[in-house]
Design a protein around this ligand. Structure first.
Ligand code: NIG
Ligand code: FE
Length: 457
């Protein structure tokens, strides 16, 4: 690792750069110093120095933060971070950086902030086409519910998905995933629910399985066949629920396609009793619930989800005191989806009330073609501050460590912790981390590192 070799390497490469391939995409990232020839070692260490501030530095036993603790964001100013291959190895203050750190590459981050990538614990990014026309219909006065009652909404997406070959569905969905990774997402949950037939649901979940194989970020799959009653069962909801429980679930379990189970518990979709039955059946296959509740009406979906030890309850735009009370007796993470509220013009989840009662809160996008055609976690963090009165510290906690909890990935992502995956965001030079939600709509991300490698922006 001597000086001579370093100069040899510099002579060979002008300008100094590393080119890495991840998920089939070639990325180039400029580094300031190359100390050894990478091919000589299968342990690649990269040292990031002069980091203006390293955010969300946590001990490995912290899996979520709640209540007043959400206002605390542990950081190290003037920091270094050392990664080895795909994981975080070490970090600390620059003044404590040993003189001889065995690193293969050194990156100077003067003026830039580093934080863990966003954990988006609620998406529906596997879908076909779009629902732009419904957007215009809503502008012209129809509500989301009215559009659904006319056969639009989820059923519209189910029709498009049925007409789309598996390969094309994968291509469209993978493109969305690449887009959100560039926006800083480094872990994602993806739901089925636009198939609504056995073949359609399997097609969606197989697409997710393929993404798990191709992308180097934690991906969790959720079985959401109980998303809407398909036209073929218009007057026979129980017949559809039987199909979900007795045909789809066993197939999904046989192919090991799902990590979680979800139900859209809502008027006009699935009742609390339906939800109870479906979640009970899912439990038999070891699928923990993550449930759509209280989007338009608070029906008791929170209580039934807590009864089934749901990992998360998501939406919560309508919240009753008893819902807060039930969550306080549980390990269930409440998840808010503010860009859905923005797009549909429905109330925002009462986040202040949730956090001030001592509960944790996670933030996610809900990226889907109908209620949230956006997977931008940066916008979600801004909206949480602007519309739900979260402080930047609370919003960053909700979008990282608590998001990781809400998708069962806090052992791998969600914080800067030794041993966790080297999935992190490097910002452009910015005055402070509060600038991220403040400068809403601007892209202040310079580079996203996934699995210890830089992705292109
Ligand atoms: O979370 N509310 C249920 N499901 C999605 C919307 C689905 C759609 O409109 O396609 C949501 O908002
Ligand atoms: Fe959703």
């Amino acid at each position: 690792m001597g000086e001579a070799r370093r100069h040899d390497r510099f002579d060979e490469m002008t300008p100094p750069s590393i080119v890495l391939s991840n998920a089939g995409i070639v990325r180039r990232f400029f580094i300031v110093e190359i100390i050894v020839n990478f091919e000589e070692s299968n342990r690649l260490r990269t040292l990031f120095k002069n980091i203006k501030e390293l955010l969300q530095v946590r001990a490995c036993n912290v899996t979520k933060v709640a209540g007043k603790d959400m206002a605390i964001l542990p950081t190290i100013e003037e920091a270094y971070m050392l990664i080895e291959n795909d994981h975080i190895l070490d970090y600390g203050k620059m003044q404590d950086l040993p003189e001889e750190v065995p690193a293969d590459a050194v990156v100077d981050l003067t003026g830039k902030i580093v934080l863990p990538t966003w954990c988006d614990s609620h998406t529906h990014i596997v879908y076909a086409g779009n629902r732009e026309q419904e957007f215009v219909d809503r502008i012209n006065g129809l509500s989301y519910e009215q559009i659904a009652q006319r056969g639009g909404g989820i059923l519209n997406s189910a029709k498009k998905l049925g007409d789309t070959p598996e390969e094309e569905l994968y291509r469209e969905s993978a493109q969305r995933l690449e887009e959100v990774i560039r926006l800083g997402t480094g872990a994602i949950e993806i739901k089925s629910g636009y198939g609504l037939t056995t073949d359609g649901e399997l097609k969606m979940l197989r697409a997710v399985k393929r993404m798990k194989e191709h992308f180097h970020i934690p991906i969790k799959a959720t079985f959401l066949a109980a998303h809407a009653v398909p036209s073929a069962f218009k007057n026979n909801k129980d017949g559809y629920i039987d199909l979900v429980m007795n045909e789809m679930l066993p197939e999904v379990a046989k192919e090991n396609l799902a990590d979680y189970i979800d139900v859209f518990c809502e008027k006009g979709y699935f009742s609390v009793e339906d939800t109870d039955r479906i979640l009970s059946e899912g439990e038999k296959y070891g699928l923990r619930p993550k449930v759509h509740v209280n989007q338009f009406n608070a029906l008791g979906g929170v209580q039934i989800s807590v009864k089934h030890q749901a990992l998360s309850v998501d939406h919560l735009e309508e919240m009753r005191d008893e819902d807060i009370h039930s969550l306080k007796q549980s390990d269930t993470m409440p998840v808010a989806l503010p860009s859905c509220s923005l797009f549909l013009g429905i109330p925002y989840t009462p986040a202040r009330k949730i956090i001030d009662s001592g509960l944790p809160l996670a933030l996610a996008t809900d990226y889907n073609p109908g209620s949230t055609p956006s997977g931008n976690m940066n916008l979600v963090v801004s909206l949480a501050c602007m519309k739900m009165r979260l402080t930047p510290e609370e919003a960053i906690n909700a979008a990282t460590i608590n998001g990781a909890y809400a998708m069962g990935s806090s052992d791998r992502v969600g914080s800067i912790t030794a041993g966790k995956k080297a999935n992190f965001i490097i910002t452009k030079p910015i005055p402070s981390y509060g600038f991220l939600p403040y400068a809403f709509g601007s892209n202040n991300i310079e580079t996203v590192w996934i699995d210890g490698k830089p992705t292109e922006v």
